[in-house]
Design a protein around this ligand. Structure first.
Ligand SMILES: [Zn+2]
Length: 398
């Protein structure tokens, strides 16, 4: 028999007479704005019909003492812990709550229960079934570093995580471990890069980026940034890898790839900008925007450790495909040009370089338990600077 538990997590409140219940859903900075109605309806339904419980690792939820009377009214409230703003997401009487559940949540729950497709990713870190699961593919030793001296919680890691940790361990911990990054606009280069990525992703989902260039749908950019982003998009269209791709080939935009190192107990995560098949092989395509030709002359994988990470993943069989036809591509967009490079992850020298670069980044990351700040010019524009004493002191002393 399969037992299903429906739970809702948050701050729980009820009136003294038990007639009203509230569930507060906390988010770190501002109120989360994109909760689907199915999620809100389900949260309200569990608040209305559920009982207080406690969960333990590898156990079912067990009832704990508390009120089990059915409430007359239920509210679901979103709270932004950083902004102090709240939003009432649902404020329904008991009957209306059940009606909303029937209409919005129940069909979704039905699909969830029927769907047995595995979807490996960073949530594997909290999954009790990972050890017995056929996915994600096992890649023991891929990071090339010894395990921690003592057991620690399973973690996920991406190339961006490793690079952030190498720049500043505190920034890594505050953004990735504690999720404290603010929504404040970051540096111009990051904003512009993100706008270009978003537009390209949108176009590539339709397999072509030759439609009209965006006019005002590059949100958050100044006029000068927009001009520069337009120039980069125009450069991309000259070299778009999807041009001439046969109709039967697969194209995946930002497909999440995962692999699992059982020795380190780490889930490896990558989101290639573009992943597509070509004659039986997979092409892992990354696009970068750059203001200057800074990296030229440097080793490509040193400049972009993401490529080294991709080489290791690909050579370990992720995402699969015919090795002789699978490649990693880098496209760098400037305002006045574009440069495309190709990396063969089966070339022994390339692979050795990739191992050295990733092990160099992963070594300090794997054993770090203190995440000391490494203040520097990168503190300007850091999304967690306001939580970092050392970073603020550095910026004030500049
Ligand atoms: Zn394109």
């Amino acid at each position: 028999m399969t037992r299903y538990e429906r739970t809702a997590w948050g701050r729980r409140y009820e009136s003294a007479d038990g007639a009203e219940r509230e569930l507060w859903l906390l988010s770190v900075n501002s109120v989360k704005e994109d909760r689907p109605i199915a999620e809100i309806a389900e949260a309200a339904a569990v608040t209305a019909t559920g009982i207080p419980t406690q969960a333990a690792y590898q156990d079912i939820h067990r009832p704990v003492p508390g009120n089990t009377r059915t409430p007359r009214r239920v509210r679901v409230v979103g709270i932004g812990c950083g902004s102090g703003v709240h939003a009432v997401l649902a404020d329904w009487d008991f009957t209306e709550t059940l009606r909303q559940f029937e209409e919005h949540a129940k069909p979704v729950l039905g699909r969830v229960v029927e769907n047995d497709v595995l979807n490996p990713g960073s949530t594997c870190t909290g999954c009790e079934g990972l050890v017995g699961c056929e996915l994600p593919p096992r890649v023991p030793g891929l990071l090339g570093v010894p395990g921690p001296r003592r057991p620690r919680k399973r973690r996920s890691v991406s190339a961006t995580d490793l690079r952030t940790h190498a720049r500043c361990p505190a920034q890594y911990h505050l953004t990735r471990g504690l999720h404290l990054a603010s929504d404040e606009p970051e540096s111009e280069a990051i904003r512009r890069g993100r706008a270009v990525d978003n537009w390209l992703n949108e176009q590539h989902r339709q397999r072509s980026c030759h439609g009209a260039l965006p006019t005002d749908d590059l949100p958050g950019l100044s006029a000068a940034e927009r001009q520069s982003a337009f120039s980069m998009l125009a450069q991309h269209r000259r070299v778009c890898p999807l041009d001439g791709l046969r109709a039967g080939e697969q194209v995946c935009v930002q497909r999440r790839l995962a692999a699992y190192d059982p020795e380190l107990d780490v889930v490896l995560i990558a989101d290639p900008d573009l992943l597509y098949t070509r004659s039986g092989g997979w092409i892992w395509h990354e696009t970068k925007t750059a203001g200057h030709r800074l990296w030229e002359g440097r080793d490509l994988m040193e400049a972009y450790p993401q490529l080294a990470f991709a080489a290791l993943m690909m050579s370990a069989g992720v995402p699969g495909g015919d090795p002789r036809r699978s490649r990693i591509e880098l496209e760098v967009l400037y305002e006045d040009g574009a440069r495309c490079e190709e990396i063969d992850p089966w070339d022994p020298d390339t692979l050795a370089d990739a191992r050295r670069i990733i092990a160099g980044l992963a070594g300090p990351w794997a054993v770090d338990e203190t995440y000391a700040p490494a203040a520097g010019d990168h503190c300007a524009g850091c999304a967690v600077a306001k939580h970092c004493v050392a970073g603020r002191a550095y910026l004030e002393a500049r």
